[in-house]
Design a protein around this ligand. Structure first.
Ligand code: AMP
Length: 473
């Protein structure tokens, strides 16, 4: 199959050729003719499958007719994060090089004024994150009644980030007659409901079974102790990796991203960081340095890294085992893209070994251990553990609740992307309340009051002044 057979315009075909693509990917082959015919599309596909071009190319072809009016964009693409929005903008620049289209970006963290000027001029393509879009619309600076094509990308990520009510509001602001192109890597119940409410007789295209891990990726587990041990294990693994070019390293919490980043720099690695507490400029600078090869490691949190298209990543390291197995699939999908080989190595401590079974169930295979270790060997790591919460005497720990398929994670799920503690400068102190809480959360145990932690000042003996002591007697 060639791009020419899909019915794209001559201008688009020339741009595709200039990009060096010779064959459409499966999602492109299936979605492009349907999108060109004006049908709604429900695409179940992960990033890395070429889904951005699957909606960008037919949009460009269709936009060749007609013109944008002031404050009334013609097409709207919703993305969950600023980085993804910026990435889609790059795609329009690449594939739309032969078109004279106004592309506007509405994302948080960027000045209102510049964005407003672009919208006022009239945008053919508006790429937005939901919050900033609604802000503009509510201030009367934007009219969504001219939208001909609506794209909702990474819908399951929108769900994770708590954007579904915003998406519903936006869907009601755009005309009923628009065409909708909807993409999601997985189809939890809330997303199914959304597609039933807002898509009209869509063609359903599924290119890889939801939550399957790409075959090109070599996956392995490595046993480790926690804390400093873990950082040492990671360094060892990075140094020992064959065919190493660069790596994305995932942590479960923002605080740990900062700690690990600092540690890697101290050990002489060229490393960057990416997490939600960094401002937009710093995030883009980190990402650009990684893409340009100025650093070969980038330490990330899930939310910051989800869906980013960084071609040619040789390794993914899970510094922490993700507590939600779907995140494992998304993380390792950063490597082994476009048919290139990739390696994903996961560090497993005694505390997180129980998540491995869920992950193996989801990916449908068992993952091998490096260095002849096994899940049983993790008991040895226990001896070096800095802290391991135990249930208070007489109170059995509640059974772990695994998330049923389709149940959403809350926008600010406990234990994910926590803020660094202001009092300790981001350092992990043994037994610090934050750490204890995080550990308890990792065990799905509710934290009551101060949990098992009694602050030192409460244990200090108190000397009463003689008068008060007398009264007290
Ligand atoms: P996406 O899934 O949209 O994030 O795309 C993943 C990567 O595949 C991007 O780097 C694209 O540039 C690349 N890509 C998209 N379509 C093709 C194609 N037909 N042939 C080769 N690479 C492609």
């Amino acid at each position: 199959m060639t791009f020419r057979e899909l019915g794209l315009s001559e201008k688009v075909l020339q741009a595709v050729e200039a990009s060096g693509y010779t064959q459409p990917t499966p999602i492109q082959a299936k979605a492009i003719p349907e999108a060109l015919a004006g049908r709604d599309v429900l695409g179940i596909a992960q990033t890395g499958t070429g889904k951005t071009a699957a909606f960008t190319l037919p949009m460009l072809s269709r936009l060749e007719q007609g013109r944008a009016r002031a404050r009334m964009p013609r097409t709207l693409i919703l993305e969950p994060t600023r980085e993804l929005a910026a990435q889609v903008e790059e795609s329009f620049a690449r594939y739309g090089r032969n078109h004279k289209l106004n592309v506007a970006l509405l994302i948080g963290g960027v000045s209102f004024g510049d964005q407003d000027a672009k919208i006022t001029r009239g945008a053919d393509v508006l790429i937005a994150t939901p919050g900033r879009l609604l802000d503009f619309s509510e201030r009367g600076k934007l009219l969504l009644t001219g939208i001909e094509i609506l794209v909702i990308d990474e819908a399951d990520r929108m769900l994770d980030m708590g954007f579904i009510p915003d998406i519903e509001r936006i869907c009601r602001l755009v005309p009923f007659t628009r065409q909708t192109l909807f993409f999601s890597a997985t189809m939890p119940q809330e997303i199914v409901r959304l597609t039933e409410a807002f898509l009209h007789n869509p063609v359903r295209i599924e290119v890889a079974p939801a939550a399957s891990s790409p075959a090109e990726i070599t996956q392995a587990l490595v046993a480790s102790g926690p804390g400093a041990d873990k950082r040492e294990t990671l360094r060892k693994q990075i140094r020992a990796s064959g065919n190493f070019k660069n790596a994305i390293i995932f942590c479960n919490r923002k605080r740990d991203v900062a700690v690990l980043h600092k540690s890697l720099l101290q050990h002489g690695f060229r490393a960057g960081a990416l997490h939600g507490d960094m401002d937009q400029r710093a995030r883009m600078a980190s990402l650009d340095a990684f893409k340009a090869g100025e650093v070969d490691l980038i330490v990330c949190s899930d939310v910051a890294a989800r869906g980013l298209d960084i071609p040619d990543v040789s390794h993914v390291f899970n510094f922490d085992v993700p507590t939600h197995s779907e995140d494992y699939v998304h993380r390792i999908g950063r490597t082994g893209r476009a048919g290139k080989p990739g390696t994903a190595i996961t560090l497993v401590t005694h505390l997180d070994r129980r998540h491995i079974a869920d992950i193996e169930k989801l990916v449908g295979r068992s993952i091998g251990w490096l260095e002849g270790a096994s899940i049983e060997d993790l008991g040895a790591a226990e001896r070096t553990e800095e802290f391991r919460p135990r249930p208070p005497a007489g109170r059995p720990s509640p059974p772990r609740r695994s998330r049923p398929a389709g149940e959403s994670r809350k926008p600010h799920d406990a234990g994910r992307d926590r803020k660094p503690s202001k009092t300790n400068g981001g350092k992990v102190e043994h037994g610090a309340p934050d750490q204890r809480r995080a550990q308890n959360v990792a065990n799905d145990r509710p934290v009551v009051g101060m949990g098992e932690h009694t602050p030192g000042f409460m244990l200090r003996p108190v000397k009463l002044r003689p008068k008060i002591a007398e009264e007290a007697e």
